[in-house]
Ligand binder design. Structure first.
Ligand SMILES: C[S@@+](CC[C@H](N)C(=O)[O-])C[C@H]1O[C@@H](n2cnc3c(N)ncnc32)[C@H](O)[C@@H]1O
Length: 253
């Protein structure tokens, strides 16, 4: 059901039995099955038997539990336009893209040079896939196509977040999409769980940057609309994870 509360219309909403608004139905998408996840994880096995298997187990667990990649693929047109993945981490989306038979050219960038080196090694067999080290707060590469920004925004302060959204919008081609997954400042239990988990990931060294700002949904939408994007209502994309993950789909008509 479409939102009936224009002043809070940042997400699709439905009502509970007592009339309380709640977030709309989560997107119908699922994590990879165990076999698909294991196949991709194999690319992250260390060369030597004594090498670290951290990326292998992380990848298996992440792909097998988070509906992110399936959810994003369902909203990414299969139209041959290139894909720019900002804050790509280990580049898991590139593997899923190719596993599902998509041929679109892919460039993933991340500020963490070590992750990029691991992404390059594991993705060396993927056709038309590149990874580069780049801070998304620096000028972005020239691009016209689709843009992904998956679980990255919260690592920037608010002003750079909005600036990035403007820069990204300028790189979405006509008919192209920005697919953005992000936690939001919703003030509920999922919000608190996500903040704790993000902070822990930074403290244990998995994330090289600490979380800085959890975005306000209306500001995100207003910024993208002002940049000429058509923005769909946010939908929950957390699957069975306890996190506060939302998908925003914005299109340049
Ligand atoms: C939670 S991970 C998400 C990885 C990937 N998008 C995915 O969903 O599989 C967040 C990533 O954002 C990257 N990141 C954080 N701040 C960044 C910045 N300023 N520029 C580029 N990448 C950044 C981190 O290095 C990390 O790899």
């Amino acid at each position: 059901m479409r939102c009936r509360w224009p002043h809070t219309c940042w997400a699709e909403r439905t009502e509970t039995m007592d009339g309380t608004p709640r977030n709309g139905t989560p997107l119908p998408c699922s994590p990879l099955d165990a076999g698909q996840a294991r196949l991709i994880a194999e690319s992250f096995r260390p060369m030597q038997a004594w090498g670290s298997r951290r990326d292998y187990y992380y990848t298996r667990g992440k792909l097998g539990s988070d509906p992110l990649y399936d959810g994003v693929l369902r909203h990414l047109p299969d139209d041959g336009q290139p894909v720019l993945d900002l804050g790509c981490g280990l580049g898991l989306f590139a593997h899923v893209l190719r596993q599902r038979g998509r041929q679109q050219e892919y460039l993933g960038v991340d500020v963490d040079s070590d992750k990029i080196a691991r992404a390059q090694r594991a993705g060396s067999g993927l056709a038309d896939v590149r990874f580069d080290c780049l801070d998304v707060q620096a000028p972005l590469p020239a691009h016209g196509g689709h843009v992904l920004l998956l679980d990255v925004l919260q690592y920037l302060d608010e002003a750079p977040q909005l600036e990035l959204l403007r820069a990204v919008s300028a790189r979405v081609a006509p008919g192209g999409r920005l697919l953005l997954r992000t936690p939001l400042a919703t003030g509920d239990r999922r919000d608190r769980t996500t903040r704790v988990a993000d902070r822990l990931a930074w403290l244990v060294g998995w994330m090289g940057t600490r979380p800085r700002h959890y975005p306000d949904p209306q500001r995100l939408q207003a910024t993208l609309a002002a940049a000429g994007m058509q923005v769909a209502p946010l939908r929950p994309l957390h699957g069975r994870t306890p996190f506060n993950s939302w998908l925003l789909v914005a299109e340049r008509l």
